[in-house]
Ligand binder design. Structure first.
Ligand SMILES: [Zn+2]
Ligand SMILES: [Zn+2]
Length: 375
């Protein structure tokens, strides 16, 4: 954006003495005030949250001139402007590393060490996770299943029995029916009457109309000044602080009324022919029921007749139901004292649930009788 302004300043960095533990020594100081140790390869420059501008122009120029160089003989860090080590007098050589190159070397060594450490931790975690995870999971699941689904065997006495059976028979016969003309069913159809009726409604567009609605739009409501600050270390105890400011637009949203054309629909009835008719079809004719209060269920004894055009009757389906009244034998057992109990099939009803006999049934922890199953 327009209106850009860039301000460059220098702020002090700090370092800690690794020999005596003295903290926050300002970047323009080259020797620890407590123990006299010169700053060397072991130190790291850092900024403080509360920064101090370098107001002395000469000092700013010196600390901005370049990174400290490391003496290859005694590892002391020296000013970019001096040609001789301040500790041992060694003359600077073109192969001497500077502060940044020393840091890079240190971090390379560190990161390869860290990688190894991380890998070790990772493997350990997987092993421990696998062991404890599996363990608790099985234990938790195991005990839950044991508790939730455990059934008790409880003795019951059969007090009484009741069975019901039914056979449904269809016969070919003439029926009075009513359907839409395209879906008549049956044989020998005789139409009695036809009538025009509404079968469904269809929505059709009959025109358009203009309606108004509220929309929101974005617009520039003003401007604001935005600044960003970045730091870069000089490698000699200072940071170059660059502040860039520019004017940027501010946007807001507002409601506006607009109009649009929309279709208008109307429902129209669709007519079709409804037919009253006679037709021949198999349909329910009669049911043959039997029932009893013993353990010997029987199907009704009957013979199939015939319907229209000598077509034989057809058995449609059979229904059966077997039920006993039971009473718990041991009062202290789980389960209801007395119950009406559905028996699964005729075979079990006749052979297992005989009146007066004792049966062993499954009862859950929640006192519920379980459904009758084959053994
Ligand atoms: Zn010190
Ligand atoms: Zn030296």
């Amino acid at each position: 954006m327009s209106d850009e302004e860039v301000i460059v300043e220098y702020v002090y960095e700090y370092w800690d003495c690794p020999k005596c533990g003295s903290k926050g020594i300002r970047g323009d100081i080259r020797q620890c005030g407590s123990c006299g140790n010169p700053r060397d390869n072991d130190i790291v420059f850092y900024r403080k949250a509360e920064e101090e501008l370098i107001s002395d122009k000469k000092m700013a120029e010196e600390l901005a001139s370049g990174a400290d160089w490391s003496c290859s003989f005694c590892e002391t860090l020296n000013s970019h402007l001096s040609k001789q080590c301040r500790s041992c007098g060694n003359i600077r050589d073109t192969s001497d590393l500077n502060y940044f190159e020393i840091q890079k070397q240190k971090s390379k060594k560190q990161s390869s060490e860290q990688k190894l450490l991380k890998l070790n931790k990772f493997i350990k975690r997987i092993l421990i996770g696998a062991l404890t995870g599996l363990g608790t999971c099985t234990i938790a699941l195991g005990s839950f299943i044991c508790w939730g689904v455990q059934n008790h065997d409880v003795k019951y006495k059969v007090l009484s029995a009741h069975w019901e059976r039914e056979i449904l028979v269809d016969r070919y016969q003439q029926l009075s029916k009513e359907d839409w003309k395209d879906s008549l069913k049956g044989d020998d159809i005789q139409i009695l009457s036809e009538n025009n009726e509404v079968r469904k409604y269809e929505s059709r567009q009959i025109g358009t109309k203009i309606e108004s609605y509220t929309d929101s739009e974005s617009y520039q409501s003003g401007t604001t000044r935005e600044c960003s600050t970045s730091y870069s270390s000089t490698g000699s105890g200072a940071s170059k602080k660059t502040t860039s400011c520019s004017t940027v637009p501010v946007y807001s949203t507002r409601n506006v009324q607009r109009t649009r054309t929309v279709p208008v629909y109307k429902n129209f009835p669709v007519y079709d022919t409804k037919v009253k008719y006679h037709a021949n079809e198999y349909a329910f004719f009669q049911s043959h029921k039997t029932s009893g209060d013993d353990n010997q269920p029987k199907w009704a004894d009957f013979s199939l007749g015939e319907g229209l055009k000598n077509k034989p009757d057809k058995e449609n389906s059979r229904k059966e139901k077997y039920q006993v009244k039971i009473k718990k034998v041991e009062a202290e057992d789980k389960g209801p004292v007395e119950a009406d109990y559905q028996v699964k099939n005729a075979d079990r009803f006749s052979n297992v649930f005989k009146i007066g006999k004792i049966v062993v049934l499954k009862v859950s922890n929640f006192d519920a009788l379980q459904k009758d199953e084959d053994e």
